[in-house]
Design a binder for this molecule. Structure first.
Ligand code: GLP
Length: 241
C-alpha cells in the first residue's frame, strides 16, 4: 500500500485528483469507480478545474458510482445522482451515457443489483476506484458486519451512518434507511483503489482499517488484502498513524 500524507484537505484533494488524472492520461478510455461524500468534493473540484484549463479530457472515460440511497428520486437534492451531476458530470466533457449509478427508485432490488453487476462486467471492470471512509469503517455503504463476498446489494443503513449523514438532510427521519451499494467483492475487483480521508474524526477508523486486524467489523480493513491501494490522508486523519 502506498500512503501519501497531505497537509490539509486541499492538499489531499489535489494529490488524489493527480492520481486520478494520471489514470485518465495513461488510459483515456478508463473506467473510474466514483464515490460521493464531503471527502470527495475537493477532488471533483480540482478535476473540473484542470478540465477547464484543458489539462484533462473525459470524453472517453466511463464512470461507475459506488452507491445510491434507495427510494430517492434522481432529482432529489440528496440523491447521489444529483451530487455527481452538480459536482462533476455537468462540468466536464464526460458523455452522460458513460456515467453510471444505481437507480434508487427501482422496485425490484434484486434485478437492479444484477443489472449493475453486469454493467460493471460489460465495462471490463474498474481501473481505479475512489473510496471515502465512513466513520464506522464502511466503504460504499458496506456497513460493519457485511460479508466480504458480496456484489451489488441493497443494505439497511446502520444507526450511526444515518446519524452521520443526517447533516445533509433536514432531520433524522428524512435520511433513507436503505441504500444500494457495490459489495466488498465488487470493490476488491477494481484494479486499483484510491482511498481518501480527512479530518480528525477519521483518525481512529483510519488506524483501525489499515493497521488493525482484517475483519468484517471494519469493512475497510479488507483493503489490506488488495495489491494496489493508495491512501491519501490529511494530517488530522493520519494523526494516529
Ligand atoms: C457515505 C458514503 C460513502 C462515503 C462515506 C464518507 O455514507 N456512502 O461512499 O465515502 O460515507 O463520507 P464523507 O466523505 O462525507 O465523510
Amino acid at each position: 500500500m502506498r500512503i501519501y500524507r497531505a497537509v490539509d484537505y486541499n492538499d489531499m484533494s489535489r494529490k488524489a485528483a493527480n492520481i486520478l488524472s494520471a489514470q485518465v492520461i495513461l488510459k483515456p478510455n478508463c473506467v473510474l469507480g466514483l464515490a460521493t461524500g464531503s471527502s470527495s468534493l475537493g477532488v471533483y473540484r480540482q478535476l473540473v478545474n484542470w478540465y477547464e484549463k484543458g489539462d484533462i479530457d473525459f470524453s472517453e472515460v466511463v464512470t461507475i458510482n459506488l452507491d445510491e440511497y434507495a427510494g430517492l428520486e434522481k432529482d432529489d437534492p440528496n440523491s447521489y445522482y444529483r451530487f455527481m451531476k452538480e459536482n462533476f458530470w455537468d462540468h466536464v466533457n464526460i458523455k452522460r451515457g458513460n456515467t453510471h449509478i444505481p437507480d434508487g427508485t427501482m422496485a425490484f432490488s434484486e434485478m437492479e443489483c444484477r443489472r449493475y453487476d453486469q454493467l460493471i462486467a460489460r465495462c471490463g471492470g474498474i481501473d481505479m476506484q475512489l473510496l471515502g471512509l465512513g466513520r464506522n469503517g464502511h466503504i460504499g455503504f458496506n456497513e460493519p458486519g457485511a460479508a466480504f463476498d458480496k456484489d451489488t446489494h441493497l443494505v439497511k443503513l446502520s444507526g450511526s451512518t444515518i446519524k452521520a449523514n443526517m447533516r445533509f438532510f433536514g432531520s433524522l427521519e428524512e435520511v433513507p434507511s436503505r441504500a444500494y451499494t457495490m459489495g466488498i467483492r465488487s470493490i476488491m475487483q477494481a484494479r486499483g483503489i484510491l482511498v481518501i480521508a480527512n479530518g480528525v474524526d477519521k483518525a481512529e477508523i483510519l488506524k483501525a482499517a489499515f493497521f488493525g486486524p482484517v475483519t468484517p467489523l471494519v469493512p475497510a480493513s479488507v483493503l489490506q488484502l488488495h495489491n494496489n491501494v493508495t491512501l491519501v490522508g490529511d494530517e488530522e486523519a493520519m494523526s494516529l498513524i
